[in-house]
Unconditional design. Sequence first.
Length: 429
Amino acid sequence: MNARQMLRQALELYRENDFPRAQMLLETLPMDELESELQIEAHYLWGRVLVSRGEPLEAANHFQACLKLKPRYFPALDAWGNVLASMGDARGAIEKYRRVLSIAPKENHAHVLFNYGSVLLRHGATMRALKRFRDCFKLDQRRADAAYGAGDCYLRLQKPKGAMKWLRIAASLEPREARIQVALGNAYSMAGKHDLAVAGYRQAIELDPAYSDAWYNWAVALARRGLFVEAIKQCKAGLRHSPQAFELHVEQLFCLRKLGAFDAALQVARRAWAVLAQSQSERRAGFADLVACNEAACRRELGRLREARQGLMAFLGQSPDSCPHSVAELRYASMRRLPKAVRAELTLHVRQEGAADEALPPRYSRHYWVVAKDMAEARELARQLEPAGADVEFDQDARVLEELKDADTGVVERTQALGVEEPREGGLG
């Protein structure tokens, strides 16, 4: 079998989703027997195979090889941008998408604009993402995903009118897509059109009874109207279909707390922790923060202040995330007001010997904003929210941002833990 035949067979294996055999064939492919254009195609295919096999770094090398042979080969640029986006390198991905848009024919722009918008939205640039989704839809008005993306942007911008417009378009193109019906329900709820919101959630559940987001958003919409008993019913109904839906446990916990059923809420909190421990969802961190916050609030209401504070501090000391709800609850639970205080900004560097907690990197840095009597107390309050056995050093850039009167002390905000690589022996000085 010659090189051309091997490349053709590898392509067929890729189309059949037989990625291991396609990779094995490409690894034995004699590249120098192929003319330049086919070498480009071979590297591009190889990169696509590696992406499908979960090897993005190796895939990127092959996309780069394509571009060395043909710098304006936009499919490789596009694929390279997608790889960078999947690895969290938003800046790199955007740079590649911009280059594709500058060299590719206009008929190839729609999917690039969609991917571009998705990266922007994931990193909080909602207005810029909205423009990309709208431009994508202008080029291809069959794309329900672009209409949904635009609607999602309007929801995040708290603009229900725009959200309803775009989500209705998305629903007309994909009437059997449950997530579109849920988003449309959220838009109606935001606009105060509660009957239409319920109709959206119901339709999503009819399409997919196990789609926990439909039950969850329905419960949230009810809770926002103060209908906590009805919200709990939706949570329980959803859990019968999706017992591992941690978001439903968390919303039930919140509603029980709002009803004053603190002991019952604490029982639900234990179930929520058990489900979260088994989850690999990217939303896990945000909901864990909500469980810790609501659990502590229930203990506080029951007069168990010490237990509430200890639980929050233990949770915050083990979490790599910013945990804004738990940070706010800890400050509220401390209930210490000073006639004069300072708001300080400081950075700490943490090193854990042996890295006993897998959730946290062995070495990391984190920024804190603290209200305290003075800088010494600010350092102490921040230090309490890191692992007890870790080595902690404070950066020299600590500074007082402002002086305050009648202020509640405590940590106001902190960032996510930013991992730092271990220094390598024999490296450059």
